[in-house]
Ligand binder design. Structure first.
Ligand code: NIG
Ligand code: FE
Length: 414
């Protein structure tokens, strides 16, 4: 939907009644005879329909009969690499023939092959390639998304990616938060000079992009095939100097101390976490860091080690779930499918899964004051679902039960 259409989209103002509402996405806290008043892009009132204040009962206000369907906050996809050129179907074939993700990366494929395709694409082509993925996500009720850079790995190409991410947010009914992931892989021209590349990221690329208003947070791929703890720390220090929050691709393929570092820098989230230890989880509790689980990547690279869900529960760590939408480990554009997979693959409950894409995903972005909760004065970002129970949001795979999506108080195309 181009910008002109976003502005022209029909207002969703009025009283939404006969609704079952989960205001925070938590199926344990619901309003069964709910009503919600939408005005000027915001929720003006929410509660039990019997208590709807007289001022909202007057004739003239638009009435939206929800027919006992469920309303949740708009979904939040808090970890994506949505903007990139090309795809890696050829690499998928290599992995099916026996090569591992790590082997392909070490032999010059993997992330670096997407870097080549992304550098080669002009901004409009990159926009078009990414827009169709975004459209698929939005059709399932996503109203907020995080998009990382990290396939440019030099100033012009990282800038191009982040500009495309911002443009997507201006062109579609979705709030986009950008994350700078310059430390995603070593660009080929810096072979054997990782420290030098990290200096370039910290001293030049990040400050320049931040000055252009293109960066909301900073991420690092801290891993044997990514960057060391020492190098990652340099990036965190640079982010701190600019007042930017940090997050980390941590403990995906091995445990080299990524989460320990991230928690020392009060990271918003650590993401992947298959190799997380109990000491890491304890540190996360201390620093208030959210665990972001990415079942699409676990599934697609045929990982067998599971993230330690019981430990995360025991330490009461908020758990978010996301697509990780990217060409190498999770070419997925369905957040609902991720709900399903987080339950089937990780044994999360359907309630945990839903909180993982609403309230806890907002926490992972450091934006819980703006997203993931329907309350008076908050943005009217919500989805009406044609389901009998909220568990169905994680139960189906392939069925899209969205019956209306409202973002910023306007109807978004379903
Ligand atoms: O989240 N692990 C690092 N980054 C991505 C994969 C990127 C790619 O393979 O293109 C991830 O899994
Ligand atoms: Fe990722």
């Amino acid at each position: 939907m181009p910008q002109s259409q976003v502005e022209a989209a029909r207002l969703a103002d009025g009283v939404w009644r006969q609704a079952r509402i989960a205001p925070s996405g938590n199926p344990g806290q619901v309003i069964l005879d709910g009503a919600m008043v939408v005005r000027d892009g915001l929720v003006a009132w929410i509660g039990s329909e019997a208590e709807l204040p007289a001022e909202f009962r007057q004739a003239g206000l638009a009435q939206h009969d929800v027919g006992n369907r469920w309303i949740t906050p708009g979904l939040i996809d808090c970890h994506t690499h949505l903007v990139y050129g090309g795809n890696r179907a050829d690499e998928f074939a290599m992995r099916l023939a026996g090569a591992s993700y790590e082997e392909i990366a070490r032999s010059g494929g993997g992330i670096v092959s997407t870097v080549r395709a992304t550098r080669a694409a002009d901004e409009d082509s990159l926009f078009r390639q990414s827009a169709r993925r975004l459209e698929a996500l939005l059709a399932e009720g996503v109203t907020t998304i995080e998009i990382k850079s990290g396939y440019g790995l030099d100033l012009p190409a990282e800038r191009k990616m982040l500009r495309v991410a911002r443009r997507l947010g201006e062109s579609y009914p979705v709030t986009v938060y950008t994350t700078f992931l310059g430390a995603h892989a070593l660009p080929p021209e810096y072979k054997d000079r990782a420290d030098e590349y990290i200096r370039l990221v910290c001293d030049q690329i990040l400050p320049a992009l931040h000055a252009e208003g293109l960066v909301d947070a900073v991420d690092v791929f801290c891993e044997n095939i990514g960057f060391s703890v020492t190098q990652s720390e340099q990036v965190f220090i640079a982010a701190g100097k600019l007042g930017l929050p940090v997050k980390m691709h941590a403990d995906q393929l091995s445990n080299i101390g990524a989460t320990q570092l991230a928690t020392r820098y009060k990271a918003l989230s650590v993401d992947h976490l298959e190799h997380l230890s109990e000491a890491d989880v304890a540190a996360m509790q201390e620093s208030g860091t959210v665990a972001v689980l990415l079942p699409g990547a676990y599934y697609f690279i045929r990982e067998t080690k599971q993230p330690p869900l019981e430990l995360l529960r025991r330490y009461r760590i908020p758990i978010a779930v996301s697509t990780d939408s990217n060409p190498g480990t999770s070419p997925s554009t369905s957040l609902l499918l991720m709900l399903n997979m987080s339950c089937t693959l990780f044994r999360m409950t359907t309630a945990e899964a839903l909180m993982g894409v609403t309230g806890n995903a907002a926490l992972a972005l450091g934006k819980a004051d703006r997203h993931g909760l329907l309350a008076a004065g908050r943005a009217a970002d919500f989805v009406v679902w044609s389901v009998e129970s909220l568990a169905e949001l994680a139960y189906w795979s392939g069925l899209n039960p969205c019956s209306a999506i409202v973002r910023g108080g306007r109807f978004a195309a379903v």
